[in-house]
Design a protein around this ligand. Structure first.
Ligand code: ZN
Length: 283
């Protein structure tokens, strides 16, 4: 099942993508793709609906029809750093002995194809394609072998990052990670039952048609189950919380010489089975 949110910014309605790639409206069944709708019981209820019975929404998603972030009312947007060994190497940092955890302010969240704005005065805005994990059942101190029971599904995240604020302006990384528009999420949330192995997904990102990132979740240092378990020791994970699981190599900071985003450029990124995002960069 592919769940999404469509419509103008701030007025998104819940929907699902049918087998023909059309949007079906879920407003009659859930207030939003958020909170309780994402618990195991909530998802079962949506699975029981026949898409053919749901109102068809006009427009082609991601073309005429804008999509918002695929999860609404995200209360925590947790991010994992240096979770691919080869990305740690290009960043000049050691592979961490346990997960590096940081925070993206939820006000940074935007739709998958919305513009990304370079912050005032910033010169080191960078890209990071990542697998996003959306929490379903609340998770508090869950062991790794039960962690996947708490996952509602997966989505594409661009963990947009401003490297000077992240790394050169005193602790913490958070400063460079949560500027407005730095959190495109979507296009859709693919429920976990449709992703048999989250540790076998290809991820890629291009800027103006040049491919910089081409990775696979097979090379993550800490897998999804380990990350959900670990984060659930640090905080209670709630339905609709998003954990973005780190980026493979090929970020701008890792190029020789480094390359950073400029106004007018276009990022395209995707993950196998989870769809694609396209963002224009605005200076
Ligand atoms: Zn990241």
């Amino acid at each position: 099942m592919k769940l999404l949110r469509y419509g103008p910014q701030g007025q998104e309605k819940p929907g699902l993508l049918d087998d023909q790639g059309r949007v079906r409206d879920l407003s009659g069944h859930v207030p939003d793709i958020a909170g309780d709708a994402l618990t195991p019981a909530g998802l079962d209820r949506l699975r029981g609906l026949d898409p053919a019975d749901l109102p068809l929404v006009d427009g082609t998603p991601q073309q005429g029809l804008r999509l918002g972030a695929c999860v609404g009312n995200v209360r925590k947007f947790v991010a994992i750093g240096l979770n691919y060994a080869d990305h740690a190497a290009e960043s000049g940092m050691p592979v961490p002995s346990e997960p590096v955890v940081f925070n993206k302010w939820t006000s940074c969240i935007v739709g998958p194809d919305d513009d990304v704005h370079i912050p005032r005065g910033a010169t080191k805005t960078d890209w990071e394609v990542e697998l996003g994990v959306v929490i379903g059942a609340p998770a508090r101190d869950v062991p790794e072998d039960r962690a996947m029971d708490h996952v509602a599904g997966y989505c594409v995240v661009n963990d947009v990052s401003e490297r000077e604020w992240q790394l050169e302006r005193t602790a913490t990384w958070d400063k460079g990670k949560g500027f407005d528009t730095f959190g495109p999420i979507g296009p859709w949330l693919v429920t976990a039952d449709d992703i048999p192995d989250p540790q076998d997904l290809d991820l890629w990102l291009e800027v103006d048609g040049r491919r910089y990132q081409d990775g696979t979740t097979r090379t993550m240092v800490f897998g999804v189950a380990a990350l959900v378990s670990y984060c659930s020791r640090l905080m209670t994970l709630l339905p609709g919380d998003v954990i973005t699981t780190g980026t493979p190599p090929g970020v701008g900071m890792g190029q020789k010489p480094p390359v950073f985003l400029k106004g007018g450029e276009t990022m395209r990124l995707g993950i196998s089975g989870l769809g694609e995002q396209t963002q224009k960069v605005v200076a």
